[in-house]
Design a protein around this ligand. Structure first.
Ligand code: GLN
Length: 263
C-alpha cells in the first residue's frame, strides 16, 4: 500500500513538473499577447488593390495578400487608411510598421525606406478618352495636358514629358473625371487599376493606350531596418511557391500571375 502511494506521488510530481516546463517554454499555442500587432498603412482608393466597402470593410488584392501573409508569419494586422501621398513620410517617421498600397519600388524611395521583395508586376499606362486617336505613346504626349496623382510614379514620369502641362490630384479616381470632362488630354497612372475600372464598367468613355510606359514592381514598404522585413520576405516566397499567391491573383485579375524576380 505504501509502495503504491509512493508511486502515485511520484507520478503526480512528474506530471506537475512536465506541465510547468510546458508552461514555461510556451509549447502551448501562442496566446493573444504573443501575437505581434503590425500597423499597416494603405490608401483604399487604389482599386482593386485596396477597396473600402460601403460598410467600411477593406478588401482587395493587397488586403488579401497582407492578411494571408499575416497568417503565415503569425502577425495580427491593424490596417490604417492614409492618403497615398503621405505614406512614405509616415514610414520614414516609423508611425506604422509597414504599408501596402500598390507602392512601386523605386531607387528614390529606397533612399529613405525599405521594401520587401517584389510582390506584383505592374507598369504605367496612358489613359485617354475613347475618341482620342492622336495620343499613342510617349512622344505623342509632348505638350499635352496630363493629369497625375500627387506623389506617384505617374507624377514622376509626367515630369519627363517635354512641355507637358501637368495637373495633380490627391487620389486616382478624381483624375479620370477631369479626363472625361475634357480638362486634360491624358492620365498617366498604373495600368492595372485603370484597366480594372474599365473592365468592370466603372469607367466609361476611357481607353488605355496599348503600350505600357514603364515596367514596375510593387513591394511591401517598411521603415529602414525593419525587424519584420525578413519574415515578410520569407512569407512572400512561401505564398509564391505554395499556390496562395496564385489563388489571390486569379481572384482579382482572373489571369495567370507572371514570374516575379527575387529582388
Ligand atoms: N504605383 C504607384 C506608385 O507607387 C501608385 C500607387 C497608388 O496610387 N496607390 O507611385
Amino acid at each position: 500500500m505504501k509502495l503504491i502511494n509512493y508511486k502515485w506521488r511520484q507520478l503526480i510530481l512528474s506530471l506537475s513538473c512536465l506541465l510547468l516546463i510546458i508552461g514555461c517554454t510556451n509549447l502551448y499555442p501562442t496566446s493573444n499577447q504573443d501575437i505581434k500587432l503590425l500597423k499597416v498603412a494603405t490608401d483604399p482608393t487604389f482599386i482593386p488593390f485596396e477597396i473600402q466597402t460601403a460598410s467600411g470593410k477593406l478588401e482587395g488584392f493587397d488586403i488579401d495578400l497582407m492578411n494571408a501573409l499575416a497568417k503565415v508569419v503569425g502577425f495580427a494586422i491593424q490596417f490604417e487608411s492614409l492618403p497615398f501621398d503621405g505614406m512614405i513620410s509616415t514610414l520614414e517617421a516609423k508611425r506604422v510598421d509597414a504599408a501596402i498600397s500598390g507602392i512601386t519600388i523605386t531607387a528614390e524611395r529606397l533612399k529613405t525606406i525599405a521594401f520587401s521583395r517584389p510582390y506584383f508586376k505592374a507598369g504605367l499606362a496612358i489613359a485617354v478618352r475613347e475618341n482620342n486617336h492622336n495620343i499613342k505613346n510617349f512622344n505623342t504626349l509632348q505638350g499635352k495636358k496630363i493629369a497625375v496623382q500627387i506623389g506617384s510614379t505617374g507624377a514622376d514620369f509626367a515630369k519627363t514629358i517635354p512641355n507637358a502641362k501637368i495637373s495633380t490630384f490627391n487620389s486616382g479616381p478624381e483624375f479620370f473625371q477631369d479626363l472625361l470632362n475634357g480638362n486634360v488630354d491624358a492620365v498617366v497612372s498604373d495600368a492595372f487599376a485603370t484597366l480594372y475600372a474599365i473592365k468592370n464598367g466603372k469607367l466609361k468613355g476611357i481607353k488605355v493606350v496599348a503600350d505600357l510606359l514603364t515596367q514596375e514592381y510593387y513591394g511591401i514598404a517598411t521603415p529602414k531596418d525593419s525587424p519584420h522585413l525578413k519574415k515578410i520576405n520569407k512569407a512572400i516566397a512561401s505564398m509564391l511557391s505554395n499556390g496562395t499567391y496564385k489563388q489571390i491573383y486569379q481572384k482579382w485579375f482572373n489571369a495567370e500571375p507572371p514570374q516575379l524576380p527575387e529582388s
